[in-house]
Write a protein that binds this ligand. Sequence first.
Ligand code: TXA
Ligand code: MG
Length: 326
Amino acid sequence: MGGTIGTDVELAAGLLRSGKPVGMPTETVYGLAANGLNPDAVAQIFEIKNRPFFDPLILHVSSIQQAKRYTHSWSPEAEKLAAHFWPGPLTLVLPKNPNVPDIVSSGNPTVAIRIPNHPVAQSLLNSVDFPLAAPSANPFGYVSPTTSTHVFNQLGDKIPYILEGGTCDNGLESTIIACLPNEKPKILRLGSLAIHDITSVIGNVDESITQNSNPSAPGQLDQHYSPYCKLLPLEQIDILPSPITQQDKFAVLFFDLAKKRELIEKNIDVFYLSENSDTREAAHNLFSMLRRFDELGYTQVWFQWAPEVGLGRAINDRLKRAAAKR
Ligand code: TXA
Ligand code: MG
């Protein structure tokens, strides 16, 4: 089947009803959506992405009321977070109800769930009477897509339709937090919602996973979000790197503009994530920049870490995994 990109929500809804997967924009990244109550439809997501079955999916819903059909035992913190940040880039991991198929949760007693804050995703969710299971719409291990073209280029021949929703505002996946009975709320993945925003609503959370290089949460693999080019951290940005081999096509990725000008004069290809030294802007640009390096044929890219403020920690988390050895 040959995929097309379009704006026909009813067409996408019809495909979903008949058990087919479709590409769906969200405010974070594009998702590969399927009927989350239909195990056969969900199985196609794993197959298309080449994703291991141990890595569970996020259910997307249109309301808190709908979320409560698939989850139970909401803690006061979960209630507060949902009231505060939904729709938005926050995923809650909660005890699941038996109506959620095991293939969605990879057999876990919990399920990840969120309400996306994107008008096209919302109108799609309102057009169907089931939740949408949707991982990021990229082959497993590669950089997540932030435009419909990114999805089309990698999965276009495997999915019938991709809903157009423009460039994703946030550009980085949702922040995931587990809110389980009798446990302190625990961050499972850094993402587009800064930890500071979460703690300002519910106080301290367990952040141990973000300091652990080998966390046990499914999907938090050391090597992930990787472009094909080799990424190397610039530990000291004043010492200029050089190509490892003569054959390497080589570039430097800075966080902001500060260092760019002096390097241009030295004839080095330089890129930056944020014109205004803003971590939100950098997060928005990160994944499309990593893709661009592959498109332009760079084989070796030295990058500067983001400052550890705002979304800087989440950006550095992605850079670290993108740079990890295959
Ligand atoms: O922003 C996002 O979250 C995007 C958009 C499409 O919504 N989705 C996304 O999905 O990033 P995915 O599948 O690429 O990442 C979901 C992560 C995985 O690391 C998975 O292991 C984790 O969520 N996850 C899902 N269910 C879980 C559960 N029950 N317990 C712990 N982690 C879970
Ligand atoms: Mg993903």
